[in-house]
Write a protein that binds this ligand. Structure first.
Ligand code: SAH
Ligand code: SF4
Length: 351
């Protein structure tokens, strides 16, 4: 459903009924208005004719040996998107079998079918751009996965907008989804648990910043030279590295937190220690964290995955100079589910 609590309330005979409906959908995981027995039969029927709770269908699940699940959803118009559920560890139990610590999880969400940005290393880009997802479709990926994987609503988890598409190119729907997800009467996932990853639309970073939602920002930097970055992310010609850095500096940030810079490492393209050196200079004055990602090759690409040695040298170089750098673990690698490595199999765009 595409409605905020307020919008839903305005469309009902009594405003408080919106909370009841949110409770059914987001807490009890109802999929049909007929289940909502504390509403009158008339209202249930009216809702049934006006709205749909489930608009997307799970048509495939690929389960990795590490427990990561990649879901394929079919949307109302037959298009498809992928969403990934990453589980960080299993539940821990005490001697009585009670849960001591619950497994953590992260859901990697798509915001568009395809993407306009056209990065040369990205599989999502290969199918071109098809359409934006609605706020309802963004929210529903999370709701459907929690329901499918039997994750109770009280278990909050983290959301990363790192699936298919460029979230800031679909800003209005993204922001609406962030608000619906964080509504305390609904899934109640605070914006602080939500990370927006962007290839660097500086003007939209500013726009998001002005809204002061409290979301985290991740910048897909990938290069410290505009010339190289132009090749990797064609949009860099319009929004160059400096413009992104300036927008990040303006972004309202909880000063206990760090801005995440993602750096996709491609062999012989951006993996030299010279690049690492420039990176330190570039990020001076920003409380940053670097996440180094191995390029994940696919048939037809000329780019190559860097060696473990060069990756570790790169990370060490940064860490020794005080720039916090981690190497992203390749969860779900056997099913190509690592965030950002989602792809459209040839047939998937077809209706
Ligand atoms: N459009 C947004 C969010 C989705 S892409 C963005 O670009 O930030 C999420 C991440 O996956 C990005 O950091 C992206 O660069 C990375 N990615 C894309 N293709 C990849 C590949 N072949 N191997 C590894 N990471 C990749
Ligand atoms: Fe779009 Fe992100 Fe892929 Fe670039 S890396 S084409 S911005 S999804």
């Amino acid at each position: 459903m595409n409605l905020s609590l307020k919008e839903l309330g305005e469309s009902l005979p009594k405003k408080f009924q919106a909370k009841q409906i949110y409770d059914w959908i987001y807490h009890k995981y109802a999929t049909d208005f007929s289940e909502m027995l504390n509403l009158s039969k008339n209202l249930r029927e009216e809702l049934q004719s006006k709205y749909a709770i489930e608009t997307m269908e799970i048509i495939n699940r690929e389960i990795s040996s590490d427990g990561t699940i990649k879901y394929l959803f079919r949307l109302v118009d037959g298009r498809t998107v992928e969403t990934v559920l990453l589980r960080m560890r299993d539940d821990k139990f005490d001697e009585n079998g009670d849960v001591l610590q619950q497994a953590k999880y992260t859901i990697c969400v798509s915001t568009q079918v395809g993407c306009k940005v056209g990065c040369s290393f990205c599989l999502t880009a290969k199918g071109g751009f098809v359409r934006d997802l609605t706020a309802g479709e963004i929210v529903e990926q999370i709701l459907a996965i929690k329901r499918d994987a039997e994750i109770g609503y009280e278990r909050k988890g983290n959301i990363v907008y790192m699936g298919m598409g460029e979230p800031l190119d679909n800003l209005d729907n993204l922001v609406k989804a962030i608000k619906i997800l964080s509504d305390e009467n609904g899934l109640s996932i605070s914006p602080r648990r939500q990370t927006v990853s962007t290839s660097g639309l500086s003007t939209k970073i500013d726009k998001l910043g002005l809204m002061d939602l409290g979301v985290h920002l991740a910048i897909s930097l990938h290069s410290v030279d505009d010339e190289v970055r132009n090749e990797l992310i064609p949009m860099n010609k319009a929004f160059n590295i400096q413009s992104i850095i300036e927008a990040v500096k303006r972004f309202p940030y909880d000063n206990r937190k760090r801005v995440m810079f993602e750096y996709l490492v491609i062999k012989d393209i951006n993996d030299s220690l010279q690049s690492a050196k420039k990176l330190i200079k570039l990020l001076e004055g920003i409380k940053a964290k670097i996440n180094l990602i191995y390029f994940n090759p696919y048939p037809g690409t000329t780019y190559e995955r860097p060696s473990e040695k060069s990756m570790e040298e790169f990370a060490d170089y940064l860490n020794r100079r005080g720039l916090l750098a981690t190497i992203r673990s390749s969860r779900g690698i056997d099913i190509s589910a690592a965030c950002g490595q989602l792809r459209e199999k040839e047939t998937l765009y077809m209706q």
